[in-house]
Design a protein around this ligand. Structure first.
Ligand SMILES: CC(C)(COP(=O)(O)OP(=O)(O)OC[C@H]1O[C@@H](n2cnc3c(N)ncnc32)[C@H](O)[C@@H]1OP(=O)(O)O)[C@@H](O)C(=O)NCCC(=O)NCCS
Length: 277
């Protein structure tokens, strides 16, 4: 088995390896080649910092890396079922980490579904520690609690170009896939909803329509507990079939109470893990 960094020519093999490695994953995930490409671009993938593991010339493992300034992110790591148990993930990190250090990267993070013990163990062996938990929910149309905004507040759809407004009100940093550069790089439609009172924005939400993902929803601290979050969530849910609310900081008491109170059902919890490079 050998590891090496990747190039554009490897993308077909990356796709095939991804499908095989995630064929028995907890959550069904089988993107076509174009969807995988979009995911990689949205998360700032750098193929030259991404590693493949090869056995007799065939790719049996892949670890895709996103890069933004001095931070890097493991977009996915997968090893095909027949090659598991041989510390291939560790070998890919052994290849990756010195190169990232050389390139001035200081932190490498990733997300892993809680309960995926083999993956968590592999990441711990590679020096990662859990920094926070991220809760995920689904909100089906039948479970949406209808909610108008309070008197004097309107919720309007804004051009996606105005999206940064939703970042002003947040208490906690989004995960890599919903950070500002990810939303900016999203190739499908992004809907920004804004709650306005008088002339002032008091809350906002962003929906990534392809994938039906709520990328962010926050209300100005002084405007909370008046039903503005509920109105934004109901409006966000109306944009798609079943809304997926992904990567909500589980330590936020307000968010942890809010989503279930508004009809969302818990889907799973992810660990956000990170290590210094
Ligand atoms: C979660 C959040 C959006 C809720 O907004 P909000 O406008 O206060 O929500 P609502 O007034 O519509 O609350 C609806 C229900 O949620 C629950 N809830 C909301 N905040 C709560 C809190 N702090 N404690 C307990 N329950 C809460 C309640 O059941 C509430 O109904 P009630 O007020 O009748 O009891 C808001 O607290 C927030 O912006 N948090 C930070 C989000 C963030 O930083 N995101 C980062 C990525 S963008």
């Amino acid at each position: 088995m050998e590891t090496r960094f990747l190039a554009d020519d490897d993308l077909d093999a990356v796709h095939a390896t991804f499908l095989e490695a995630f064929s028995d994953y907890v959550v069904p995930i089988a993107p076509d080649r174009e969807q995988l490409g979009r995911m990689l671009r949205q998360r700032s993938a750098d193929l030259a910092s991404s590693v493949g593991a090869f056995d007799g010339g065939r790719m049996v493992g892949v670890s895709a890396t996103g890069r933004r300034g001095d931070e890097a992110y493991v977009i996915f790591t997968g090893v095909v079922p027949a090659s598991r148990g041989r510390r291939i993930a560790g070998a890919m990190f052994d290849r990756l980490l010195p190169a990232l250090a050389e390139a001035g990267v200081r932190r490498l993070s990733l997300e892993v579904i809680r309960g995926n013990d083999r993956a968590v163990a592999a990441y711990r062996r590679a020096g990662f520690v859990v920094e926070r938990d991220l809760a995920c929910f689904t909100l089906a149309p039948a479970d949406v609690v209808p909610a108008d905004p309070p008197d004097g507040v309107t919720v309007t759809r804004r051009a996606a170009a105005d999206w940064p407004s939703w970042t002003r009100f947040r208490d906690w940093a989004p995960s890599w896939q919903h950070a500002v550069p990810s939303v900016e790089r999203t190739e499908g439609e992004v809907v920004l909803l804004e709650a306005v009172e008088g002339e002032r924005a008091v809350g906002a939400a962003a929906v990534l329509v392809d994938g039906a993902v709520l990328a962010g929803l926050a209300v100005a601290a002084e405007a909370r507990r008046r039903g503005i979050g509920s109105a934004l969530l109901a409006a966000a849910a109306a944009e798609v079939e079943t809304l997926r609310i992904l990567n909500v900081d589980a330590s936020s008491v307000a968010d942890a109470a809010f989503y279930p109170a508004r009809g969302a059902r818990p889907l799973l919890v992810q660990h956000e893990m990170a290590r210094r490079v």
